[in-house]
Design a protein around this ligand. Structure first.
Ligand SMILES: Cc1cc2nc3c(=O)[nH]c(=O)nc-3n(C[C@H](O)[C@H](O)[C@H](O)COP(=O)(O)OP(=O)(O)OC[C@H]3O[C@@H](n4cnc5c(N)ncnc54)[C@H](O)[C@@H]3O)c2cc1C
Length: 510
């Protein structure tokens, strides 16, 4: 049995079943098995948009070659039975917990929010005009921040192949489509992620772990220079080691850690707004037509440079909606989500400019002050709207330095409030964001027809835990701060991988 890899393309309207015949023609083989290694859309020529495939083929008709082995994470399982408490059920927390439970640890997970079905019900009620759900919003609750998202699973983080393989096979086992393994821009959508979240809980329970919901970690208990327990709203949880994977919206937890001597530093991050367009307009700009058979909805990734400041689009949600994503009732923050079908009327994406708080404020900004500053900005948007309407304006108005034009309809569920975002955002960010948008308009036809809604402050964390890169611990020898709340990862895949790396370091040590 030999092995070889081939690249080939099929018209995007061709069913995937035609791939086999195309491989047979290209490789001149009759008897073979194949797997797709990579699938990406080639839209360079609008008159012949095609799917590009890279396939691995095994056949007795091939003399040489062997299929490469995927990198795998090993569970060095022992009967050590050490106790680990993990805070947070986002990608970092749940994957750290799963790995540790399967490695023989007794794992208790503590989650401030509720089970995902209760969380969804609370969010639905909020978006229907009900009260803000403090423990179960777009940031908090089972599954973490990305549970109601586009579920994009791409990551540019290097050195996480084995963790990615582990995560993707767990995701597929939990109901993600197999294509996430080979699409260049894989995504699962909010509807599928929601269902996968409870199945991941099932996998953890099967491995012997447990989750305590409504258990917000409010303090760490120290004894002899180590952490001995976590104090939560459900009482004290003692353990031998602790993984805190509370996300980067959990400012209260980060403040508590700093107060207890866990060292953090201020880092560069990015701020801006969400841009929203008609999806059909984005399709036309990218493909030359309103829709393409065999492809869901066009995506875009745009970058611009304004002097020293980078401006870029981020986390695009094709066919999606803009959502009220604040973690706390005093704040107003927007983000985006879409279903697996990406079939909605709108397209949205973050548009953010890079930011150094030290340069902006002209001082060495402490991490506590960085959180104060960010909270004040999120509060400014909320106070301006006086409720949950999102401050918004047209892209044309923002670029022209005016405001007040009547806003077109939007997917945002709680209504828009006409605003001059240039007056709400930090003044230093306005020129680069203006310049960035005007460069985007030159790159994507019709971009100027969209609107922008604020505030988008969650593309990356403003502070980072100082941790021992080998041991992955932060501040105390048995404390692991993992995922986005550590400031060392961003996005579902890299945060899950960070949780898995923390779990491996912990398992190797105990
Ligand atoms: C609306 C939205 C859309 C997004 N879309 C995408 C996307 O398409 N692709 C992508 O890669 N990323 C996306 N992201 C970002 C992604 O969700 C995060 O990068 C990722 O979830 C971070 O994982 P994490 O486990 O580190 O933290 P989180 O997912 O934030 O999880 C933290 C968990 O800890 C819990 N918690 C917090 N504080 C405490 C405490 N004190 N005690 C106990 N529990 C606590 C929270 O309730 C939460 O469950 C999106 C985010 C949002 C909000």
């Amino acid at each position: 049995m030999g092995y070889n890899e081939y690249e080939l393309s099929l018209p995007c309207s061709a069913p995937e079943a035609e791939l086999r015949a195309a491989i047979a023609r290209k490789a001149k083989l009759g008897d073979f098995e194949y797997s797709i290694l990579l699938k990406s859309l080639d839209a360079r020529h609008k008159d012949r948009i095609a799917w590009l495939y890279r396939v691995g083929v095994q056949s007795p008709e091939l003399k040489d070659g062997a299929a490469p082995k995927a990198p795998a994470l090993e569970h060095t399982r022992t009967a050590r039975g050490g106790r680990v408490a993990v805070a947070g059920t986002g990608p970092a927390g749940i994957f750290a917990a799963l790995y540790l439970a399967r490695s023989g640890f007794k794992v208790s997970v503590l989650e401030r929010g509720s089970r995902v079905d209760e969380r969804k019900a609370a969010l639905d009620a909020f978006e229907a005009g009900g009260p803000f759900p403090a423990a179960d919003n777009y940031a908090f609750g089972e599954g973490g921040a990305g549970t109601f998202s586009d579920g994009k699973l791409s990551s540019r983080t290097k050195g996480i192949s084995a963790e990615r393989e582990y995560l993707f096979s767990e995701f597929v086992a939990a109901g993600a489509p197999d294509e996430i393994r080979y699409m260049t821009h894989p995504h699962v959508g909010s509807d599928r992620l929601y269902a996968m979240t409870s199945r991941l809980r099932g996998a953890l329970e099967e491995a012997g772990g447990s989750i305590e919901f409504g258990a917000r970690v409010d303090d760490i208990v120290l004894s002899n220079g180590k952490v001995s327990a976590l104090d939560t709203t459900k009482g004290r949880f003692e353990a031998d080691a602790f993984v805190l994977a509370c996300g980067h919206s959990s400012f209260d937890t980060q403040r508590m850690l700093m107060k207890r001597g866990v060292p953090f530093r201020t880092k560069n991050f990015a701020l801006g707004f969400r841009a929203e367009h008609e999806q059909a307009a984005i399709n036309r700009a990218q493909w030359g037509v309103k829709s393409l058979p065999g492809v869901k909805a066009a995506e875009y990734r745009l970058t611009a440079q304004s002097g020293d400041t980078g401006v870029y689009s981020f986390c695009m949600c094709p066919g999606g909606t803009v959502v009220p994503a604040a973690a706390f009732p005093e704040a107003s923050v927007v983000n985006g989500k879409s279903d697996y079908s990406r079939a909605g009327r709108w397209a949205n994406a973050a548009v953010v400019a890079g930011l150094s708080l030290n340069a902006l404020l002209g001082e060495d900004v402490s991490p506590e002050r960085a959180l104060d500053w960010l909270e004040a900005l999120e509060r400014r948007f909320k106070d301006f709207a006086g409720g949950w309407r999102a401050p918004a304006m047209t892209i044309r108005d923002f670029m022209a330095g005016r405001s007040g034009t009547v806003l077109p309809p939007s997917s945002y569920p709680l209504g828009l409030m006409s605003a001059n975002l240039a007056e709400l955002l930090p003044a230093a960010l306005v020129p680069p964001l203006r310049e960035g948008l005007s460069q985007f308009c030159r790159k994507l036809r019709g971009y100027e027809d969209g609107i922008i809604l604020g505030l988008e402050s969650k593309t990356s964390a403003a502070i980072q835990a100082l941790r021992d890169p080998e041991a992955m611990t932060a501040g105390y020898e048995n404390l692991y701060i993992a995922g986005e709340g550590s400031g060392w990862s961003g996005g579902i895949v890299s945060s899950a991988a960070d949780g898995l790396k923390a779990a491996q370091a912990l398992a190797a040590r105990f």
